[in-house]
Design a binder for this molecule. Sequence first.
Ligand code: FE
Ligand code: FE
Ligand code: ZN
Length: 280
Amino acid sequence: MIYLGAHLSSSKGFYKMGRAAMAIGANTFQFFTRNPRGAKAKQLDLADVEQYLEFAKEHGIAQILAHAPYTLNACAKDCDLRRFAYETMCDDLKRLAHIPGAMYNFHPGSHVKQGAQAGISYICDLLNRMNEQGHETTILLETMAGKGTEIGRSFEELRAVIDQVEDSRRLGVCLDTCHVFDGGYDIVNDLDAVLKEFDQAIGIKRLMAIHLNDSKNPLGSHKDRHEKIGEGEIGLAAFVSIVTHPKLRQLPFYLETPNDLDGYQREIALLREKAEHEEA
Ligand code: FE
Ligand code: FE
Ligand code: ZN
């Protein structure tokens, strides 16, 4: 059984997300921990969380993924912006302590011409300080498209981050299919080679989640423009190979395609049908 879900709006709380996930045929979901543009998160409604946890258990919803606001930059030039990223992420972790098993994904950041080395040091500093605060949540670094000065454009850059974190036991990677394709990794023609490269650079055990997005642009474009599944340069066949791959199929998959809930529902049904056909 594949864990397959989509990015859902968190504005109405966890229970509503659980219901929405079930309604579209999903058994997991991703959500923003807060409005990416707004700074302050609403106070966590513990009754809502409790209701959600019960619902999730009853309906087999698991492996959910919290996504940090993409506006945060852990390696900004301005120390106030770096502090803001740190404080926001610490606050997110405190909230996530109430949701057992949820993982926390973030964009490593953009070094804004300070150089990748400096950027990586700032990111590691933030992760080390978060670890000192103590938390149980697994934190995922997302593979990035390499737009502008984004850190995480290559597996080696993520490896460099992991290497400099003192306690990396709760650190993993979320692979975004659009982003790695944008980064020049040919998951269409040579998925096995890409996974081998991931394994050699990072270790396949660190791979803990997948963002399923087609790409509006060809291999190596560094543009980060998501497309609906099967309507972009990656194509449906590659997604079927990904969700059925022996090294990947046990991971949770999240759609971040340009869709409303109906569109997500269609993509989930399509992927499930193709995957079953493939595995039969
Ligand atoms: Fe992301
Ligand atoms: Fe993503
Ligand atoms: Zn993206």
